[in-house]
Design a protein. Structure first.
Length: 281
């Protein structure tokens, strides 16, 4: 088993240029008839941020879940931006994940390359789109008076990106394979994506849930969502020194273990159903 995995990993590495070509093609096709081009990668989530800020920050006052001192270091608006930008790329990846194999059906059946590269290209495209939003996030940090620590830059940010990539790749490998066999998966993912969005503390501080009157077992279950810890890591970079805005021990370990487990399950499912998928395509 280990030899087979190592062999496939080596084959994928040897065909890494194909992944790059697919990523560049997807980005070019997506923006080729757009006047603003890549600017939409930033404008769309920023427009949503303004809407969510008005609803959750002004009307519902979700900023009450933040430490008072944090409101002077970027405040709730920076908190939203730091969560919505990475979520936008992740949510878009989940939306495209079920069709990652179907979309490349002709290439898969004609090209003699490791078939893992097609789901990897989908994840890689969204990863590049997220990287393009980082300068905008930095601009918000400066404009809103946010702060950062070297621990955040060197530990939290790389960890968040790595775990998000691993979890996303595992999900894409799993969903793209299963959806070929059962097309209902694509519709189910839309519901799951919405549930994950509201269950991963994107629009409100997780501290509000953990300090509420709900049962302790429900709080524990809430922290077992791997995405909760991942997006808290994204926020911890810019809200250094605020324990309420950093992952709890449960959330941190859940994100690490959950991401690795999802990658293993996704790859195992992919290899298990690979021949059946080829017959369907």
């Amino acid at each position: 088993m280990e030899v087979a995995v190592a062999s496939r990993a080596l084959a994928v590495w040897e065909h890494r240029k194909v992944v790059g070509l697919l990523v560049r093609r997807d980005l070019k096709v997506k923006y080729q008839q757009s006047v603003l081009g890549y600017a939409w990668t930033m404008l769309e989530p920023l427009a949503l941020t303004m809407v969510y800020f008005f609803v959750f920050g002004v009307i519902l006052q979700a900023d009450r879940g933040m430490p008072p001192e944090a409101l002077n270091h970027g405040g709730f608006l920076l908190y939203l931006v730091a969560g919505i930008l990475p979520w936008t790329s992740f949510g878009a990846m989940l939306g495209e994940a079920p069709r990652a194999m179907i979309t490349h059906g002709k290439l898969i059946t004609t090209m003699k390359v490791p078939r893992e590269i097609f789901p990897m290209a989908t994840v890689g495209t969204k990863f590049i789109e997220y990287v393009l939003t980082l300068p905008v996030l930095m601009a918000f940090v400066v404009f809103l008076g946010g702060t950062f620590s070297w621990t955040g830059i060197l530990v939290w940010l790389p960890s968040a990106i790595l775990l998000q990539f691993a979890f996303g790749l595992g999900m894409t490998l799993f969903l793209s394979t299963v959806n070929v066999m059962f097309r209902d998966i694509e519709r189910m993912v839309r519901i799951i994506t919405r549930l994950l969005f509201y269950g991963s503390a994107i629009l409100y501080p997780a501290h509000m849930v953990l300090q509420s009157n709900i049962p302790e077992w429900l709080k524990t279950l809430y922290q077992l969502n791997p995405l909760l810890g991942i997006f808290q890591m994204h926020r911890a970079v810019w809200f250094a020194g605020f324990p309420e805005l950093t992952p709890t021990t449960i959330a941190l370990w859940s994100s690490v273990v959950g991401s690795i487990l999802m990658l293993v399950i996704g790859y195992w499912t992919f290899r298990r159903l690979e021949m059946s998928v080829l017959k369907e395509l």
